[in-house]
Structure formats: structure tokens, C-alpha cells
Write a protein that binds this ligand. Structure first.
Ligand SMILES: [Zn+2]
Ligand SMILES: [Zn+2]
Ligand SMILES: [Zn+2]
Length: 230
């Protein structure tokens, strides 16, 4: 009887022990899933939301200077800021007739999101408008039609100026090598240029061309075209 009781209690202990283990595991899983959920979307600093919302509200009320103060406070936070903020900053500066800064805001937005941003078309429109007010014309980047955007080009060899040949470096173009010894000077035909005094260009090896920066776009790959404002 005693033996039976002992066995029974140890059996109960075992069951409780397994259940406790399961419970701990479930709790751990629950905690980790909560932590993951909070990482799934970006949580902005609460002040970021406050200043950005205030800036947009002030813009709606046409209080552009107040909105500008909000943007200044927002950028001062040095926190992660929504990409849209660059666009709205640009738009607000546009209304404040600060066209250069407006352009910088829109360009920053385009740099951050490329043409995938929902405000991309609007940004491009305002960049052009801001340029028209600022300079009276629109500057647009166009792919260089000489290098097709690669920025490299075959250019006339700069060393030989497109001749493909240069004076022999060994005999300095004389075709003769002079060596002095006890019996006086001896003259020998230069073996490098075989007495001609001329060798193939050491840069282009006679092709007369070399790879270099495209001369049309100065190696930028694009040219800036001015367009009239509509
Ligand atoms: Zn080019
Ligand atoms: Zn030579
Ligand atoms: Zn050359």
C-alpha cells in the first residue's frame, strides 16, 4: 500500500512538472510574438508625429510660417522622420516663395523613394515650377547621347594626340645607343625601335584611342538641358 502511494505521488509530480514546462514555453512564445509585432512597423518618436501633424495642420490653414517652425522643430529631433516630411517641407517652402529650399525638399523626397513614391509626380511638377520662379527656366537631366549614360568614351589618345606613335624612350628618338668605354664611344643601333627612333605609343599601343571620361558630358553620363517654362 505504501509503495503504491509513493508511486502515485511521484506520478502526479511528473505530470505537474511537464505541465509547468509547457506553460513556460507558451508564455515565452507569447512574449516573443509581441516583441515581433512591435517591430513589424516603424514606431516614430511621439514628438515626430506631433510636429509633423501640426505642420500639416498649419499648412492647411495657410499658416506657412508656423508650419515652417514646426518643420524646424521636427528636423531638430534628429530622429527617424517619415519620407513624406521632405515633400511637405518642400511644398511649404514653395508657398513661402523660398523656391531653392522648396526644390531641395522635393528632390530629397525623390532621392528617398524614387518614382515609387506616391508623391513622385507631384514632386517633379513642383521642382519644375520652383525652377521657373527661381531662374525662369527648367533644368532637366538628359542621358548623354555620346556615351549613352555610361560616362566612358573612346577618346583620341592624349599621350600621342591620336598619332599612335611616340619617340623611342630608350634612344630618345635618335635610333642609336651610345656606350662609352676605354676605347672611346661605340655606336649601336637601338634594339627597342630597331634604329627607327620611333615606337608605338605606350598608352594606346598604336590604336590612337584610349578609354576616358566622355568629353561631351565630362564623365557624368548626363547633360543638363534648359527648357522654357510653360
Ligand atoms: Zn557622355
Ligand atoms: Zn630607340
Ligand atoms: Zn597613343
Amino acid at each position: 500500500m505504501l509503495r503504491y502511494l509513493l508511486l502515485r505521488t511521484s506520478y502526479i509530480y511528473l505530470i505537474v512538472h511537464i505541465l509547468m514546462k509547457q506553460l513556460i514555453l507558451i508564455i515565452l512564445l507569447a512574449i516573443s510574438s509581441v516583441a515581433f509585432a512591435s517591430n513589424a512597423h516603424i514606431e516614430y518618436d511621439s514628438l515626430v508625429n506631433v510636429y509633423f501633424a501640426s505642420a500639416k495642420k498649419n499648412m492647411e490653414a495657410k499658416k506657412y510660417d508656423s508650419a515652417h517652425a514646426d518643420f524646424k522643430n521636427l528636423f531638430k529631433l534628429k530622429s527617424t522622420i517619415p519620407d513624406d516630411a521632405a515633400y511637405y517641407y518642400g511644398l511649404n517652402q514653395f508657398y513661402r516663395t523660398k523656391y531653392k529650399q522648396a526644390q531641395q525638399g522635393f528632390e530629397k523626397y525623390v532621392r528617398l523613394l524614387g518614382d515609387k513614391g506616391t508623391l513622385f509626380d507631384s514632386s517633379i511638377y513642383y521642382i519644375a515650377r520652383a525652377q521657373c520662379f527661381e531662374k525662369g527656366y527648367v533644368e532637366e537631366k538628359e542621358e548623354c547621347n555620346l556615351c549613352h549614360g555610361t560616362s566612358h568614351s573612346k577618346i583620341k589618345c592624349l599621350k600621342c594626340k591620336g598619332v599612335g606613335k611616340e619617340y623611342c624612350s630608350l634612344c630618345s628618338g635618335s635610333g642609336v645607343i651610345i656606350s662609352r668605354n676605354n676605347f672611346g664611344d661605340s655606336y649601336q643601333k637601338c634594339y627597342k625601335c630597331e634604329g627607327t627612333g620611333i615606337t608605338l605609343c605606350s598608352v594606346c599601343h598604336g590604336t590612337t584611342f584610349q578609354d576616358g571620361d566622355c568629353p561631351q558630358c565630362n564623365g557624368k553620363g548626363y547633360v543638363i538641358k534648359r527648357k522654357d517654362c510653360k
